[in-house]
Design a protein. Structure first.
Length: 249
């Protein structure tokens, strides 16, 4: 590893481990009858207990410590007194800020007994993220990642959300480059060692179109179909990549 990004990787790794740990704790309570604000409280306390802060809290006015996006909510769902019920799916998105660096990750959890279609959507979304990650190395194009994700998702009969994307991350929560989860191979910026960004595909059971509700945050599928998402923060190395937000479980 070349010296000039060693510190960036170490700091991002430290933040990423904490964010992943928060989601491991969410997994333990993600059952029918739980409220989304209980998930939020757990994430807030876990980050604080591990010497980190919640990056989303008050970010551009966002009122909570994590995003809880259930069923047809695509992303940026606001935790509330909403009670999760058997058969729901919910994405929980956590970003830890530690020592000035960010680790950003999300998972979609199945609540109780989920429908066969719902399970397939969740599984396909995870597979698409990992397929996108596994091709990462120096000198491929960002478009290669999007094309890999899109081809897998559409082969399974689902659609890729186009209104939101992955992003560069580091001392800033969101920065260049934008990482699209659809597109054509050989397009976009060339990837270089030392880059840090998220891959976070949002995949819909129905059509890809979304709309944002009046709260200015909550994005939902226009056709009210289910949506799932997974996210990792990735560092590009000389010989491949490192995932900074892996679960210890």
């Amino acid at each position: 590893m070349i010296e000039n990004y060693k510190e960036a990787f170490e700091k991002t790794r430290s933040a990423g481990v904490i964010a992943a740990g928060a989601l491991d704790e969410v997994f333990k309570i993600a059952k029918p009858g739980i409220r989304t604000d209980q998930i939020d409280n757990l994430c807030y306390e876990y980050l604080n207990d591990h010497g980190a802060y919640s990056a989303p809290l008050f970010y551009r006015g966002f009122p909570k410590s994590c995003c809880t996006s259930a069923n047809h909510v695509v992303c940026h769902g606001i935790p509330s007194d909403k009670i999760l019920k058997d058969g729901d799916i919910i994405n929980v998105d956590v970003t830890a800020l530690k020592d000035g660096w960010h680790g950003d990750t999300s998972r979609t959890f199945e609540i109780g007994e989920v429908s066969i279609k719902g399970k397939k959507l969740v599984q396909t979304t995870y597979e698409a993220m990992m397929k996108g990650i596994k091709i990462i190395k120096e000198d491929i194009f960002l478009g290669d990642i999007g094309a890999t994700i899109q081809s897998h998702v559409e082969a399974e009969g689902f659609s890729v959300v186009q209104d939101f994307c992955g992003h560069g991350i580091g001392k800033q929560f969101h920065k260049e480059p934008n990482v699209l989860h659809y597109g054509k191979k050989g397009t976009g910026e060339k990837i270089k060692a030392g880059m840090i960004f998220t891959i976070e595909p949002m995949i819909n059971l129905g059509k890809y179109e979304t709309k944002t509700l009046n709260d200015g945050w909550t994005a939902v599928t226009k056709d009210k179909s289910l949506s799932a998402q997974f996210e990792h923060t990735i560092g590009v190395t000389k010989d491949g990549y490192e995932i900074f937000t892996l679960s210890k479980n």
